[in-house]
Design a protein around this ligand. Structure first.
Ligand code: SF4
Length: 272
């Protein structure tokens, strides 16, 4: 089997086996494939090391026999070999995360057949609906972030050097209206799909600020389970109180949403 052409390659930060710490499949043993490159700037980001594409870096491969360092730019074929190499036992669901993995839709499309028959899950920030539409029929589950525009810094344009794989040119949302449009288009795409939504809640936002997110879910993908994730404290982002969470949750419940509160379990366990 020959490797995929270069246009389907992507920068891989790390590949490791762990337990899913968020969303609908929480607790499930999975393999995580983290791609580099994210144009967004969430104020609670816990993986700023994934922002730059950094093609010249190395990928960390956590194989059972020890950590391997490999050239970062990988074809889907190479990535699938790494996935198989880190599995401690039977094949696992593969969760493609980032960064923002939708920077690399051709890589995700190529990965589909390479990791079969494993399930392929996608974790996305929900800022690039055109890229999501491209890969949607080729992934088995989508975990979609719903973000308050006020929590987002200005996006940064990702570039690639001559001869390197280039991220997509779909522009990231900038204004609150851009974010609203992107969110609604993503929710339309996920209607009746195997998917869930995640809303990170911080102490300094009014519980009613999240209403616009919940109202969009109720109108466009009402069956989507919505996970409320109290922020893991970072920088000036403090975790909400119990009462604060209750208020947020009750607003979602007023819209008849399937809402659940779930902190980042992998953080609580102290694992990757
Ligand atoms: S989308 Fe993810 S990687 Fe990008 S800034 Fe937000 S939390 Fe960080």
């Amino acid at each position: 089997m020959s490797p995929k052409p270069a246009h389907a390659a992507a920068p891989v930060m790390e590949v490791f086996a762990s337990f899913q710490g968020e969303g609908l499949y929480v607790g499930q043993p999975q393999v995580f494939l983290r791609l580099a490159g994210c144009p967004l700037r969430c104020r609670w980001c816990d993986t700023p090391g994934s922002w730059a594409t950094r093609m010249d870096g190395q990928a960390r491969i956590e194989a059972p026999e020890g950590t391997l360092r490999e050239d970062r730019v990988a074809s889907p074929f190479q990535a699938a070999l790494w996935v198989a190499g880190v599995e401690p036992g039977e094949p696992r669901t593969v969760s493609v995360t980032g960064g923002e993995p939708l920077m690399w839709p051709d890589f995700i499309l190529g990965l589909r057949s390479m990791v079969a028959p494993r399930r392929l899950h996608l974790e996305t920030a929900g800022a690039h609906p055109e890229a999501l539409a491209r890969v949607l029929d080729r992934v088995d589950h989508v975990s979609l972030d719903l973000k308050l525009p006020a929590d987002m810094g200005d996006p940064v344009e990702l570039t690639a050097a001559e001869g390197e794989p280039a991220p997509i040119d779909e522009a990231a949302p900038v204004t609150a209206e851009d974010w609203r449009m992107a969110r609604r288009r993503c929710l339309d795409l996920l209607q009746d799909r195997d998917a869930c939504a995640k809303v990170v809640v911080t102490a300094d936002r009014d519980p009613r600020d999240y209403d616009e997110l919940f109202e969009d879910v109720a109108r466009r993908a009402a069956d989507l389970p919505v996970f409320i994730a109290p922020v893991t404290p970072v920088g000036d982002c403090a975790a909400p109180s119990f009462d604060h969470l209750v208020e947020v949750v009750e607003h979602a419940r007023e819209l008849d949403l399937d809402v659940r509160v779930l902190p980042q379990v992998h953080r609580a366990m102290g694992i990757a």
